[in-house]
Design a protein around this ligand. Structure first.
Ligand code: UDP
Ligand code: MG
Length: 318
């Protein structure tokens, strides 16, 4: 029986998190016990883990009905796992939180308080990033600056996916069918009243990052390409630049010929010009190709994910 209290869904994407998942579940269940103004469901999305994450979750769910599991047929990636959790959530508010306890569950009550004040999105901003390399901090900063410069949607700096969303934001997200999902950007795009909640990002409780550089680059490309078409205009800029250079070259060559008794000769100039133009053209064709590849992926209209098994949930995507 559902009580009259509002329901909070906590969505936890997990990929090979056997070292932390029991602790995370324990902490979230303890939190759920403490929250007496809301009912809680904990949705663990197992993103095709190849370790014992899923069986650990099953054991926990066997004794704790608030724990629900949605298990993918293979690894579909973090953003898709989050999407599946959002699809499955039936709460009046939904919180996204990482499985590795880098996002401290103790922040959730403060998010709920903001939600009760009337905010639709409460996103955590990181005041401190413990245990993250200088390289990751630097690239993250540079990336968000670039993204905000190129995109019309303002995506707050230093935020991850740790956030609370109201039902109407969740419904808006569910109506966005795109494949290349950059969830934090999509939430910003939706609008409504959004506010930041600073928190200290802890170190990963145990285990290793599931975001190697390759995945991070892909993630950054998704963010950039699905929130901006400005890279397409790069070819115009590059075209203008090379025309200008060519024009300056013509003026120079003519000038030398007309006003001195020398003339410009040599294949070096030719060689450089050919390489320069070739480079410019390949870069712009490559950018075009990135967008076309994404269009191709989009028009195939495959489902975003394949569910292998659920516990306590009906999979739905409507
Ligand atoms: N994750 C996932 N699928 C993936 C990679 C990661 O569901 O393919 C989950 C992972 O289990 C964790 C969250 O996404 O709960 C964030 O991953 P991680 O902590 O490894 O990233 P980092 O904090 O190092 O950026
Ligand atoms: Mg992490």
């Amino acid at each position: 029986m559902r009580s009259s209290r509002p329901l909070l869904s906590v969505v936890v994407p997990c990929y090979n998190e056997q070292q932390v998942i029991a602790e995370t579940a324990t902490q979230l269940i303890a939190l759920a016990d403490r929250l007496d103004e809301v009912d809680v469901e904990l949705i663990f999305v197992d993103d095709g883990s190849r370790d014992t994450t899923c069986s650990l979750l099953r054991q926990i769910a066997a004794t704790e009905p608030r724990v629900k599991i949605l298990s993918f047929a293979r690894n579909f990636g973090h953003q898709i796992a989050v999407t599946a959790g959002i699809d499955a959530a039936s709460g009046d508010a939904v919180v996204l939180i990482d499985a590795d306890l880098q996002d401290p569950p103790e922040v959730i009550p403060a998010m709920l308080a903001k939600w009760r004040e009337g905010y639709d999105v409460v996103y955590g901003t990181r005041t401190d990033r413990e245990g993250e390399s200088v390289f990751k901090r630097f690239t993250a900063k540079a990336f968000y600056r670039l993204l905000n410069r190129l995109s019309d949607t303002v995506i707050p700096l230093d935020t991850g996916d740790f956030r609370l969303m109201s039902r109407r934001v969740v419904d808006a997200l569910r109506s966005m069918p795109e494949r290349d999902r950059f969830v934090r950007g999509m939430v910003s795009w939706v609008g409504f009243r959004q506010t930041a909640l600073p928190y200290r990002r802890a170190e990963r409780f145990a285990g290793e990052t599931k975001y190697p550089l390759r995945k991070m680059i892909h993630f950054a490309a998704d963010g950039l390409l699905s929130f901006s078409t400005k890279p397409l205009q790069l070819s115009i800029g590059l075209g203008a630049l090379s025309s200008l250079l060519a024009f300056a070259g013509i003026v120079y060559v003519l000038g030398v010929r007309l006003f001195t008794d020398r003339w410009v000769e040599g294949w070096a100039g030719l060689f450089i010009a050919v390489l320069f133009l070739g480079g410019v053209q390949l870069i712009t064709v490559g950018i075009l190709g990135e967008y076309i590849g994404r269009i191709y992926n989009e028009v195939k209209r495959r489902p975003l994910y394949v569910v292998g098994e659920t516990v306590g949930l009906e999979p739905r995507r409507d």
